[in-house]
Design a protein around this ligand. Sequence first.
Ligand code: PLP
Length: 353
Amino acid sequence: MSSYWSDFVKHLEPYSPGEQPQINNITKLNTNENPYGPSPAVINAISEAADDRLRLYPPPEAEQLKNTIANYFDLSAAQIFVGNGSDEVLAHVFNGLLSHPDKGPLLFPDISYSFYPVFCQLYGINYEKIPLADDFSVNLDQYPSNNGGIIFPNPNAPTGLLLGLEAIENLLQKNTNSVVVVDEAYIDFGGQTAASLINRYDNLLVVQTMSKSRSLAGMRVGYAMGSEHLIEGLNRIKNSFNSYPLGHLQIAAAIAAFNDEQYFKNTSQQVIAERERVVDELESLGFEVLPSKANFILAQHPTNAANELADSLREKGIIVRYFAKPRIDQFLRITIGTESQNSLLIDSLKQLL
Ligand SMILES: *Cc1c(COP(=O)(O)O)cnc(C)c1O
C-alpha cells in the first residue's frame, strides 16, 4: 500500500504515555497525577472565564499568568515562558536551546524521562546517555563539559531521587558554555527549586508543570524560567509554531491555582505524608523502595517479578506503571494516591505476596 506519509513521519517513533482508561472504578496509580482535585477557587475561575469572551483569541503572551509566576518566584515576567503543558515547553527547549550540531552531544541520564530521546529524534539532536550511579543517583560530576546541553529531571523520574541545590550549582560553575535544563515536574514534593539560581547563571533553565503538584494535568499548562536571553529564544520558536498555546480557561485556571497557596501546600503535604506511609508499608512487605522526593515511588520485590505483580494488580482494578527497560525491569513505579487508594494498593499486595 502506498503511504501519504513523509519519510520523516515513516521513521518517527513517538512517545507512548501511560494509559488513561475511561473507566470510573479503577485505582489509577500509573501516571503521577495528583490524587486530589484542583482547588475550588480554580473551578470557580474556569466557570467565570467561560463566557462570550471565548470567541476572542486569548492574549498571545499570557502576560497576566507570566506576572503571577514571576511574582511567585521573585523573577521578572521577561524571565518566564509559558506553554501547553511542559511537554510542549520542553519540545521548544530541545529545538531552540539544546540543538547544537557544532558542539558535543546533548547529555541526560540513562534512566530518565523517556520523552527526552523522542524530542532528540524529532529534532535530529545527537545525544549521549550518562549512566546513573549504583544507588540510582544522578552523578553530575560525570557529565563531560564538551556537550551541546544538559537536561535532567529533579527529582529524577522514574526513580524519584532528588539532587540538592549545591550539586546543581557545582555543575553550573563548571558547565558555562551550554544550557543546563532542570525539569522540576516533581520539585514541590520535597525538593528545593533551582529558580533561585537563575539570576546568577544565564545558561540555567528551570522547567515546571502545573500537572502534578497543582492538580491540573487536564488543563495543560507548563512554564520555563531563565535568563531573558533564553526566554527570548523560546519565544522565537513559539511564535513560529503557535501564537496562542494557552486558551482563556487555561490561563484563568493557572492564575487561580497560584493564588490558592494554602490549598497547594495542604495537598502537597498530604501527598508527602502518604508517600512516607506507603514506603513504610511496602518495606514491611519486603519491598526495596528507592528514596523518593516525588509523588511516586520505584519499588522492587525480592521474589515476585514486577511485571507479574503489575498484571495481578490490574486484575484487582489497580494500575501501576511497569517499564521493560534495563536496570528498572524488576521495579514497579507507583503513583501516590489518596489515603484510601493507597490502603487498597497495600491490602491487594498483601493478598498477592
Ligand atoms: C509529567 C512530566 C512532564 C510533563 O508534564 P506536562 O506539563 O503534563 O506535559 C515533564 N517532565 C517530567 C519529568 C514529567 O514527569
